[in-house]
Write a protein that binds this ligand. Structure first.
Ligand SMILES: *Cc1c(COP(=O)(O)O)cnc(C)c1O
Length: 363
C-alpha cells in the first residue's frame, strides 16, 4: 500500500465529480477495506448498524454546525442527485392550483423549472438566456402569490454566481449544488437548500437537503413515498437504504472542512484562488473571461482564448504541467477552471503561471 502523499497527483480542475482532499480519499479507501477496526468493510455492514447510524448522525450534525442551520431544520442525505431535487421541489412545495416562480440563470435552473412545470404552474420571473446566461438578471420582482421562488446560487456551466440572495416575499428554495460550503450563507433565509454532493462535498451518490419542515405537508397532493420529504425526515434519511459510501465520504469531507477552519476560512481561500485566476485572465492579452465581472463565480471560472488558433499549443502546455479537467462545457466552449473547496491554492498558482508563460511565448 502506498502511504500518504507518495503519489504525485494531477491538479484537478474538474467541474464534477470533482476533487476531494487526499486525506479524505485515503480514509475512504481504508474504510472500504475495513471500517474502524470492526473486522468489516463499510460496504458490507447494515445501514441500521450502530456504526453506520453514527456516521449518518455525524454527517448531519456537521452540516448543521458548519452552515449554521437553524435548530428546527432537517438535514437529509438522499439519492437521485440534484436533478431529482428539481422534482422533489414542486412535489413538496407547489400547492395544488398554486404557482412556482423560477429565476432562469442557466442550464440547471432551466431543468429545474421544466420539472416543476410537470407538477403545476410556473412563472419565469427573469432570465439571462438572451446572452447565453453570462450574467445574473437583476431588478426583477417576485410574485407575492407564488408558493416559492427557486434560484440556483452558482451556475456551474456558465460561471456565474448570485453574490447576494434576493429579498423575497415568498419562501426561497435554492439549488446550491456547486457552491454549498464554499461561502457563508444564512440557511434560515431558505425554505430548502439542496445540493448534489459531487461538486463540493463528496463523491456522486448523495444529495443533501436542508429543509424547514414547517413548510411541508401543505400541497394538498398525494406524494409517492420516495418523493415525500416528510417520509424521509421521519425515516431520518433511512426510509430506504441510503448511499452509505457517499454519506461516509461526505462526513469525512465535512470533518476536513471543520479542521480547515470551517466555511469562513475556506471562503477566504476560495476568494484568494478566484481573485488570482481572474486577475490573470484580465491582465493576460491572450485570454478573456466569458461572464459579466460583477456576477463572476468564485467556484467555476470560465474563459476563452481570443485566438482560437492557439488552442492546441495551450492545451499541450497545461496538460504537460500536470493540469486536468480544464475544457469548458460544450455550451460555452473555451475553458472552465473549477476551484472547489478541496482544490489547493498551489494548483491555481500553477494554472496562472502556465497562462502567463504561454502569453510570454506567444504574445
Ligand atoms: C451538477 C449540478 C446539478 C445536477 O446534479 P446531479 O447530481 O447530476 O443531478 C444540478 N444543479 C447544479 C447547480 C449543478 O452544478
Amino acid at each position: 500500500m502506498t502511504t500518504a502523499n507518495t503519489k504525485i497527483k494531477k491538479h484537478n480542475f474538474s467541474a464534477g465529480p470533482s476533487i476531494l482532499p487526499q486525506e479524505v480519499m485515503q480514509k475512504a479507501g481504508k474504510a472500504v477495506i475495513e471500517l474502524d477496526n470492526i473486522g468489516l468493510s463499510l460496504l458490507e455492514i447494515s445501514h441500521r448498524s450502530k456504526e453506520f447510524i453514527s456516521i449518518m448522525e455525524k454527517a448531519r450534525l456537521l452540516v448543521k454546525e458548519l452552515l449554521g442551520v437553524p435548530e428546527n431544520y432537517q438535514v437529509l442525505f438522499l439519492q437521485g442527485g440534484a436533478s431529482l431535487g428539481f422534482y422533489f421541489t414542486p412535489m413538496n412545495f407547489l400547492k395544488e392550483g398554486g404557482k412556482a416562480a423560477y429565476l432562469k440563470t442557466g442550464e440547471w435552473a432551466t431543468k429545474a423549472a421544466k420539472e416543476a412545470a410537470l407538477v403545476g404552474k410556473t412563472e419565469i420571473v427573469a432570465s439571462s438566456e438572451d446572452k447565453n446566461f453570462n450574467y445574473i438578471p437583476k431588478g426583477y420582482s417576485i410574485p407575492n402569490d407564488a408558493d416559492y421562488f427557486h434560484i440556483t446560487s452558482n451556475n456551474t456551466i456558465f460561471g456565474t454566481q448570485l453574490k447576494t440572495f434576493p429579498e423575497s416575499p415568498v419562501p426561497v428554495i435554492c439549488d446550491m449544488s456547486s457552491d454549498i460550503f464554499s461561502r457563508k450563507v444564512d440557511p434560515s433565509k431558505f425554505a430548502m437548500i439542496y445540493a448534489g454532493a459531487q461538486k463540493n462535498i463528496g463523491p456522486a451518490g448523495a444529495t443533501i437537503y436542508i429543509v424547514n419542515p414547517d413548510l411541508l405537508g401543505k400541497t394538498g397532493r398525494k406524494i409517492p413515498s420516495m418523493l415525500d420529504l416528510q417520509v424521509h425526515i421521519k425515516g431520518e434519511s433511512m426510509y430506504n437504504t441510503p448511499p452509505v459510501f457517499a454519506v461516509y465520504c461526505c462526513m469525512l469531507m465535512l470533518e476536513w472542512l471543520k479542521k480547515t477552519g470551517g466555511v469562513e476560512e475556506i471562503e477566504k481561500i476560495n476568494r484568494q484562488k478566484a481573485d488570482l485566476l481572474y486577475h490573470e485572465i484580465d491582465s493576460n492579452p491572450l485570454f478573456k473571461g466569458t461572464t459579466e465581472r460583477t456576477d463572476r463565480s468564485d467556484m467555476n471560472v470560465t474563459f476563452v482564448l481570443l485566438n482560437e488558433l492557439l488552442k492546441d499549443d495551450f492545451d499541450k502546455m497545461w496538460k504537460e504541467a500536470g493540469i486536468s479537467g480544464l475544457p469548458g462545457h460544450r455550451s460555452v466552449g473555451g475553458y472552465r477552471a473549477s476551484l472547489y473547496n478541496a482544490l489547493p491554492l498551489e494548483s491555481v498558482e500553477l494554472l496562472a503561471s502556465v497562462m502567463k508563460e504561454f502569453s510570454q511565448k506567444k504574445g
